[in-house]
Design a protein around this ligand. Sequence first.
Ligand SMILES: C[S@@+](CC[C@H](N)C(=O)[O-])C[C@H]1O[C@@H](n2cnc3c(N)ncnc32)[C@H](O)[C@@H]1O
Length: 164
Amino acid sequence: MSPVRAKRASRHSARAKPTKKSSFSSVHFHSDRQDWSTPQELFDRLNDEFDLIWDVCATTQNAKLPLYWTPEIDGLSADWRGKQVFCNPPYSQTAQWVEKCATSGAEVCVLLIPARTDTTYFHQHIYNNPRAEIRFIKGCLKFGDAQNSAPFPSMLVIFRNEQS
Ligand SMILES: C[S@@+](CC[C@H](N)C(=O)[O-])C[C@H]1O[C@@H](n2cnc3c(N)ncnc32)[C@H](O)[C@@H]1O
């Protein structure tokens, strides 16, 4: 399946004016919003370190990279083999995306998810995976246009399949 090609993805996703109702903590627990943007400063540091090419969870409005997949062309079933990918998945489908990240054969896959260490997917695909490097993030991230920091900690997981 072909990726979307943009001339150049904006370094900043479209931002709606925040309202009290859309603060992260109320939305996280009471809404199905799935598109909280990765903090740009964090993404830029990751991009500098890993030379990321593909944003596998995106829309045209919020893609962090020039190449990206959207719900319509489905990044989950796309072929990531040999690619350098970034994945900040929709929270309602974290388990499926974690499995994909762990099994995709991407050259490098940088995954940003809530640090839920009690989950089956954490133990199955991350904690017991020798190819997974875990980086717990100190403090709580302020995502996208949220007024407040997230009410949970996050972690980065780096899966590598680098050719030696
Ligand atoms: C948490 S947001 C991440 C947005 C942006 N990539 C970033 O990191 O700031 C997750 C995005 O994944 C998109 N998405 C949901 N299902 C998808 C799928 N099957 N393939 C690609 N993107 C998908 C959602 O529309 C949403 O914009």
